[in-house]
Ligand binder design. Structure first.
Ligand code: ZN
Length: 279
């Protein structure tokens, strides 16, 4: 099965050598991964080294690498956030990573809400970190994503780590509340860094909870991700092995390992007009 994986953070070599694009390609070869989505670094991680527009840096770095697709990385609270989002779409980036804990913002702040509205208008998918990450939890309580989904039913969003171990149930609530039943929706769970019990204590879900989430929310929900460079070749091989033990059809495996990611990038679901069962 050809794997198209999400969630690789890449960096200029002089900033973080293990997170370089070359290293990502090596890891993909070692793990049998055909293609991957990579995220631009956070601006605050690289601007001191002279990379003032990391989204542009990423596009220049990968534009002639057919195995890689680029996502921008933007702090929606920055004054130029929406301009940068428009630029990201213009240069061919296919989504945008947001990390409310790293960038320390309230996901329902008015600035952030304006940013989501812009992303919705541009058909730009957003990929959120979810789960405890050493910043005031109130700002990014996973249950608050329901409000964004409610206000922007056409906006595609990925919730990485499914809320992590402490908020798994909340993330299930948000996804279950907003996904159509039995048809592909535009909300996804990022299956990344949730299968290594000793290494990812706050995000570890284990294969049973991943199976349960897919059973409850359907095979159109999960998107497999690497969380490069934080995971090693060994972690990623183990993740893939564990995921292959799931009792899924060949079609469902193909969705988990790239099909759903392709659908995310292709744009919002044509199947609009979600109606709840029993109404
Ligand atoms: Zn990440």
């Amino acid at each position: 099965m050809e794997i198209f994986a999400n969630h690789a953070h890449v960096f200029p070599e002089d900033v973080r050598e293990e997170g370089s694009v070359d290293n990502l390609l090596r890891l993909m070869d070692a793990c049998g991964i055909a293609r991957a989505v990579c995220f631009a670094p956070f601006r605050s991680q690289v601007e001191d080294a002279g990379y003032t527009e990391p989204n542009d840096w990423l596009m220049q770095k990968i534009h002639d690498e057919p195995r890689l697709v680029g996502f921008a990385c933007i702090n929606p609270m920055d004054e130029d956030a929406i301009d940068r989002l428009i630029m990201a779409v213009g240069i061919g980036l296919k989504g945008c990573k947001l990390h409310p804990a790293f960038d320390k913002f309230d996901i329902l702040d008015k600035c952030a809400m304006d940013f989501y509205a812009a992303a919705d208008g541009l058909d730009m998918p957003l990929d959120f970190h979810t789960g405890p990450h050493w910043w005031r939890i109130r700002d990014y309580l996973p249950i608050k994503f329901d409000e964004i989904a409610f206000k922007h039913p056409g906006l595609s969003m990925v919730f990485e780590h499914l809320g992590g171990r402490p908020f798994y149930e909340d993330m299930l609530a948000v996804l279950g509340n907003n996904l159509p039943i039995g048809a592909p929706g535009n909300l996804y769970g990022g299956i990344a860094s949730v299968l290594q019990r000793d290494y990812q204590k706050l995000w570890y879900l284990g294969i049973e909870r991943v199976a349960e989430a897919i059973y409850i929310l359907g095979e159109d929900m999960p998107i497999y991700g690497l969380d490069f460079p934080y995971n090693t070749v060994e972690h990623i091989k183990s993740d893939i092995e564990q995921l292959k033990t799931l009792e899924l059809s060949d079609e469902a495996f193909a969705k988990l390992f790239g099909g759903n990611l392709e659908r995310l990038i292709a744009g919002p679901s044509q199947a609009s007009g979600f109606t709840a069962p029993g109404e």
